[in-house]
Write a protein that binds this ligand. Sequence first.
Ligand code: ATP
Ligand code: MG
Length: 274
Amino acid sequence: MPLICVAAPKGGVGKTTLAANLADALHRAGHPVLAMDCDPQNALRLHFGLPVRDAAGFLMELPRRPDWRGLVRDTDSGVALLPHGATDIRAALRLAAALEREPELLLAPVRAMLATPGLVLLADLPPGPSQVLNLLAPLADLVVTVLLADATSAALVPEIDSGRFLGGGTLAALHTSRVRVVLNQVEASSRLSRAVAEALVRHLGPRLLGAICRDEAVAEAVAAQRLLHALAPDSPAALDIGDITRGIAALLPPLPLSIGPQSIGPLPTEPVAP
Ligand SMILES: Nc1ncnc2c1ncn2[C@@H]1O[C@H](COP(=O)(O)OP(=O)(O)OP(=O)(O)O)[C@@H](O)[C@H]1O
Ligand SMILES: [Mg+2]
């Protein structure tokens, strides 16, 4: 079923925040959601209230060929979560080398996840071009790219137009049709933010999924290790994320009749191909 990657050519733009709250909103809209953290910062779990000392995860274990089902965490939100796992430079280099040698270490379990009926797999990617984004982009139904309404983000629009940050080359260029953009931290009271946002709206046209205002409630939710909807459901940013979720849900295959608002449910038990 669908794979949504949340990625961006630039760091610190709100990818993880959007991935977490989008996963929550899609789940509340009735889709079973598995959120997979592909960023060694291992921060997605913090939005779901997982204990900071819980260092286990999926991506960092890949060289040992783990069964991903055993690493899924059920969260209070109902979203199933695959944390990245805590890592260090040696483990990160080992993972990069293992994936270079054998991309199937990641691709086989991801295909098994995507074979789960009705499941939306939502992946939070590290900033910029990355090995994992390069591997996942060909499987993705949608690459949600986050930009800030500032000059640096505007300067990166050619990266999005060309698909270079997806991996480069003709193959990446073929994936650009699946790229959609979310503008984050838009400040209506700032002349620069408004001007950049308006220019990006004109340039991106229908590729723009929506915009999220800069809202203190977003940072407060992270500080409380809670999802925005749980802490401040009527905050301007929560309403913006709701609008974006409806836009994304419209691009997804319709929910099977048997699936309602629920957790991921029992996972299939057949073993993952090594
Ligand atoms: N709409 C918003 N309003 C206010 N603060 C926001 C908003 N969106 C994100 N932030 C804040 O911006 C910071 C960066 O967010 P986040 O960690 O989600 O970015 P990221 O793109 O995942 O970063 P990285 O590239 O390091 O993975 C966080 O402190 C977050 O609380
Ligand atoms: Mg992040």
